[in-house]
Ligand binder design. Structure first.
Ligand SMILES: Cc1ncc(C[n+]2csc(CCOP(=O)(O)OP(=O)(O)O)c2C)c(N)n1
Ligand SMILES: [Mg+2]
Length: 614
């Protein structure tokens, strides 16, 4: 019966948790990130300092950033491992909310350990306490409830063992995983208790590969083998499940082309003859044309976000869906035939059930021709004259050329995720890391740290816009301090290319989308100097040739390099022609908004509901 504080028990327990899948065991929570304050320094802080266990501590600069780091780490390890995040009470805890939402939306496990106000309430109101006059039971950590897949507050030591086990179960359950929050009142953290020995035994969480129901597979195969123009849509679940080989085998055996969502990019190598690349709003003309004519869409491990379905306008009225997903919730979308199970197991079962069925050669030739036409467009966009300022798409081309096949590109928000999705050539399932479930500005550098910690043998190229950079530049300091090597390409176009373009298209006249002074002049702001002041090596690249040299130098360097490159906010890369539903003002005094509304009403006529009863 070891006598430990609650915080010491948490730390000791975490150091003994393992995940296992396919016979491979790894630490479930190998490290803890955090920022200390009065709500955790004497509890978790003291425990990390004194406990004789293997749980290294990393000081981050922002609580939001560390959740992005943990989520990126989890994505990189196919959700088999994550990081713990400790915070103080009050603002330290609420700073977790954005990161937690991002993790939960992206179905990525993160373990959050915010401090909380005294359980005994003897000292209240404590510094940073909310004080809800309707109930003393309310605290700011309640804000984490809707963004957590498991949320608990440990008001007594006796509650801890069951809560820890529940937390680990949710973290390792592919169906339920997301942010897990254990709020730890500051007095309880420091309280001692005699714990049962078994709590601290090594414990292995076996991550299952649920097999699909046989009759569901038979029904799905019936639909698939009746198809003449089928399309596979690969989502993030394909990669998490390690189903890329099964996807490729299915595609090749049956001659079915493959399109990829943002999270699914890399599931099939870009140069595979059946690869159509990106689908949806950020998709290619090739994938979107095939999607529009598809009779059966086989969605694997996808959430079918509005970016994938072009807000319901991408697929034809009569398209039928076969959805392979570990989560029943996702499998049921678009009235699809549901195959609920692990992506790899389900694909293998569907493959067998489809026997020798294959698409016709005319369809495959049509697909190849569409892919070839898009490839020519993409190739042109990826280049620009060596002595000229690069376009954003040429920046992407240069970074892609500098990256080895296993290296990773990280991005999240702005106009780059669209260009990346269409243009980046992924040869490896873990090489494309664009957070586009939450598309959270500020994710990029923090996420890059998580990627590099999980895969130190890969170079990590962080593509970040000036807007995103300004939201969370501080995590550069964490990268420098912890010796985590990143190659950050800071694409500075003095404002929001993405939302500027969107603003114009909805009649909002680009209001507030440029970083200028009140009279429209250029600001005396130097983001490169800012990055250098954080200890990163700075290279300024004015031309495409300089950018290519800078990327080579950054690769060769040991530490973190920031390459500052200016681009034109008004320039846009080639697009795939899909629609996105952003409602436009129904009445307005401006002709711009009225014209945009007319366009919007025409666009939404293309929406289908996909309610086929099956
Ligand atoms: C935290 C957060 N706030 C607001 C948004 C909405 N938003 C999406 S892109 C964008 C502008 C991004 O600017 P920048 O990083 O410079 O990229 P650019 O559009 O110039 O490519 C904004 C404000 C967001 N995605 N995330
Ligand atoms: Mg910008």
């Amino acid at each position: 019966m070891p006598r430990l504080t609650v915080a010491q028990a948490v730390v000791t327990f975490l150091a003994r948790q393992w995940s296992e899948r396919d016979g491979v065991r790894r630490r479930l929570v190998p490290a803890c990130f955090g920022i200390f304050g009065h709500g955790n320094v004497a509890g978790i802080g003291e425990a990390l300092a004194s406990a004789d266990v293997d749980l290294p501590y990393h000081l981050c600069r922002t609580e939001q950033g560390m959740v992005h780091t943990a989520a990126a780490y989890a994505r990189m390890t196919d959700r088999l491992s994550t990081l713990a995040c400790t915070t103080s009470i009050g603002p330290g805890a609420t700073n977790l909310v954005t990161g937690a939402a991002g993790a939960t939306i992206n179905r990525l496990p993160v373990l959050l350990l915010p401090g909380d106000i005294f359980a005994t309430r003897v000292a209240n109101p404590v510094l940073q306490e909310l004080e809800d006059p309707r109930s003393y039971d309310v605290s700011v950590t309640d804000a984490l409830r809707p963004v957590s897949r498991y949320w608990d507050r440990i008001n007594r030591p006796e509650q801890l063992p069951a809560a820890l086990l529940a937390a680990m179960r949710v973290l390792t359950d592919p169906v339920e995983t997301g942010a897990v929050t254990l709020a730890l009142p500051q007095d309880v953290q420091a309280e001692a208790y005699d714990w049962p020995d078994d709590l601290f035994a090594d414990r292995v969480w076996h991550v299952p590969r649920p097999r699909p129901d046989a009759s569901a597979v038979t029904r799905a195969a019936g639909l698939v083998t009746a198809a003449r123009r089928p399309l596979l849509v690969a989502g993030g679940g394909v990669i998490y499940s390690g189903a890329c080989d099964a996807l490729r085998a299915f595609a090749e055996t049956h001659g079915v082309p493959v399109a990829q969502t943002q999270a699914g990019t890399g599931a099939l190598p870009y140069d595979h003859p059946l690869s159509l690349g990106a689908i949806g709003v950020t998709g290619t003309t090739a994938a979107n044309a095939v999607a529009a004519g598809a009779d059966v869409v086989i969605g694997i491990g996808t959430r079918y976000s509005d970016f994938t379905t072009a807000s319901g306008t991408l697929f034809g009225e009569d398209a039928r869906f076969v959805n392979l997903n570990v989560t029943g919730f996702d499998a049921a979308k678009l009235s699809g035939a549901q195959v609920v199970g692990d992506a790899r197991e389900s694909l293998t079962a569907l493959d067998a059930a489809c026997g020798g069925w294959a698409t016709g050669s005319a369809y495959r030739a049509e697909v190849a021709e569409l892919a070839r036409r898009w490839a020519a467009v993409a190739e042109a966009a990826r280049r620009s004259a060596p002595d000229a300022r690069p376009s954003q798409t040429a920046v992407i081309g240069a970074v892609n050329d500098a990256a080895g096949p296993r290296d990773v590109v990280v991005c999240a928000a702005g106009s780059m995720p669209g260009d990346l999705h269409r243009l980046w050539r992924s040869a490896d399932p873990k090489s494309y890391h664009v957070e586009y479930g939450y598309s959270c500005m500020g994710y990029e550098i923090a996420g890059g740290i998580g990627v590099k910690l999980a895969a130190p043998d890969r170079e990590v190229f962080v593509l970040v816009g000036d807007g995103s950079y300004l939201m969370l530049p501080a995590e550069l300091v964490t990268a420098v301090a912890d010796g985590v090597k990143l190659i950050v390409v800071l694409v500075d176009n003095q404002g929001f290319a993405s939302i500027g373009r969107l603003s114009e298209s909805v009649g909002a006249q680009r209001l507030g989308t440029a970083y200028t002074d009140r009279s429209g002049g250029r600001l005396p702001v130097d983001l490169g100097a800012n990055a250098a002041s954080f200890g990163a090596r700075l290279i300024r690249a004015g031309t495409t040739a300089q950018l290519r040299d800078a990327l080579a130098a950054a690769r060769a360097a040991d530490g973190t390099t920031v390459i500052h490159v200016e681009t034109d906010r008004f320039e846009a890369g080639p697009e795939g022609g899909a629609w996105w539903d952003v409602p436009v003002a129904e009445v307005s005094t401006t002709t711009a908004a009225r014209a945009a509304r007319a366009g919007y009403e025409a666009g939404r006529k293309g929406r289908r509901r996909h309610l086929h009863p099956g």
